[in-house]
Design a protein around this ligand. Structure first.
Ligand code: UDP
Length: 478
């Protein structure tokens, strides 16, 4: 039998690279003889190679069956000040189209071994057209929950008007066919739908669904970073699409021969520090990796600092620096740093899976990025959900109401979450009362189910195999 050969195209932001690279390595592990070529920008590839510096445990080098194909998106040395995601997507497409076409072409003609399938990440639908030109089937890799995929679908199929008509009614809630939790308020929906000013993403997602539904489209499968037990209904809610849960795709806490970090590891020995703390004593605080969204306002940082100091437990807090993704805001000095550092540790970046899997960590104050949510679930860490934009609000709703593995903060009218509110939520999660006991029970349940999903023969492996069998059939029957 011909061994399958995959091409994976990932948009180079941390929240996309992490699950995609995990998928690539799981693919070569699960499918004997499979080859995966990971297409990535020169800049991201360089950062991934460099990021292990502090820990000195390898680099973005090829693994058995997995190789990297870096291409230039025009930003090899980084992004000029103020380059937003919009500009990056445009350049990525302009240059990526040709790079992808060259690789597909050389697989077919020079190497005489055509690619079996192209897997591309969200907002890169054009890549499916390049694959179609080379007669190669494509699969979309959706790096948010299946529930969010469904909600977007419904939004573009009749629900947009309902949401817009009710956008000023604070008590408004709605439900979508076949997905839980049933009643969603405006604040539970992905931010691009409920807020004004995000029209760029509204258009981008709309184009994605139009492409998926257009006649002759060659994206037959949608791979989702979720697992069957976590979102059973959502994986089947929109019958026109074939959604396959292949997760949870999370990085292994132990070092592997390649790494995906786009940011320099902190030189501080935060793991050594965690190791000195009692079991479940530490609060881990992080707002993810994504540009200005992961950088909080000075007022918000001060409120978190006050809440942590008043709560009085040790904490590890990732405070992202403003300049590393071309953000324009000014740098604000952290008030009471000295006092904070007596109780906790502040780092600009950490190896999150190493932190979450350390037994001293008892709570994750998180922005609810989908990777962070899954990583927390899989590591058995209760959450204080502190969502900011995009799918994070829906993820927070699922965390609090569906999986019941955490509580969600309530911001003040001005959007800032006050220190008292942070303390209230920490108390609910860590206070040892009935609520906390219930959360810990649920956390254990989901941790075990996540483990089941990724064990040998679990749903992740089975579903990856069924995906590969389907594309192999498509290629053979073509
Ligand atoms: N991450 C990390 N160290 C940090 C902050 C984030 O390793 O200090 C990783 C985290 O483990 C996750 C990814 O970066 O895999 C962030 O993805 P997520 O979907 O949670 O949020 P985003 O950054 O896309 O908003």
């Amino acid at each position: 039998m011909v061994q399958p050969r995959f091409l994976i195209l990932a948009f180079p932001i941390q929240g996309v690279i992490n699950p995609t690279l995990s998928f690539a390595s799981r693919l070569v592990r699960v499918i004997a003889g499979a080859q995966v070529t990971f297409v990535i920008t020169v800049h991201a590839h360089r950062l991934m190679t460099k990021s292990r510096g502090a820990k000195g445990t390898g680099s973005a080098t090829p693994n058995d069956g997995l190789s990297f194909a870096p291409f230039s998106d025009g930003y090899d040395d980084g992004f000029p000040e103020g380059t937003g995601i919009h500009g990056r997507l445009v350049e990525f497409r302009r240059r990526g189209w040709q790079a992808l076409a060259d690789i597909l072409e050389s697989g077919l003609n020079k190497e005489g071994r055509p690619y079996t399938c192209l897997v591309y990440t969200m907002l890169l639908s054009w890549a499916a057209d390049v694959a179609a030109e080379h007669n190669v089937p494509a699969a979309l890799f959706w790096v948010q929950p299946a529930t969010v995929f469904d909600i977007y679908y419904y939004y573009y199929h009749g629900y947009r008007e309902i949401i817009r008509d009710n956008s000023k009614t604070s008590s408004f809630s709605l439900s979508f066919p076949g997905i839980k939790p049933l009643a969603m308020s405006l604040g539970d929906l992905p931010s691009f739908m409920a807020d004004s000013g995000d029209s760029y993403f509204v258009t981008q997602f709309q184009e994605m669904y139009e492409d998926l539904e257009k006649e002759g489209n060659n994206t037959k499968i949608i791979l989702v970073n979720t697992f069957d037990e976590l979102e059973p209904e959502a994986l089947r809610a929109v019958s026109k699409f074939n959604l396959i849960g292949i997760g949870p795709l999370i990085q292994s806490p132990t070092p592997t021969s390649f790494q995906s970090d786009l940011f320099q590891q902190s030189s501080q020995d935060y793991i050594g520090w965690l190791n000195t703390k009692p079991k479940t004593a530490v609060i881990y605080v992080s707002f993810g990796s994504f540009g200005s969204v992961s950088v909080l306002s000075k007022h918000q940082i001060d409120e978190i600092a006050k809440g942590l100091l008043e709560f009085g437990r040790p904490f590890l807090w990732v405070i992202r620096e403003k300049s590393d993704q071309g953000d324009e805001e000014e740098d604000d000095e952290l008030s009471c740093r000295e006092e904070l550092e007596k109780l906790g540790m502040i780092v600009p970046w950490c190896s999150q899976m190493d932190v979450l899997s350390n037994e001293s960590v008892g709570c994750f104050v998180t922005h609810c990025g989908w990777n962070s949510t899954l990583e927390s679930l899989a590591s058995g860490v209760p959450m204080v959900a502190f969502p900011k934009w995009s799918d994070q609000r829906t993820n927070a709703k699922l965390i609090e109401e569906e999986w019941k593995t955490g509580v969600r903060v309530k911001p003040h009218e001005d959007g800032i979450v006050r220190s008292e509110e942070i303390r209230r939520c920490l108390e609910l999660v860590l206070g040892g009362k009935e609520n906390a006991v219930e959360i810990v029970r649920n956390v254990k349940k989901w941790q075990n189910l996540a483990k089941e999903a990724i064990r040998e023969g679990g749903s992740s492996e089975k579903n990856i195999m069924s995906f590969v069998n389907r594309v192999m059939d498509m290629v053979t029957n073509d």
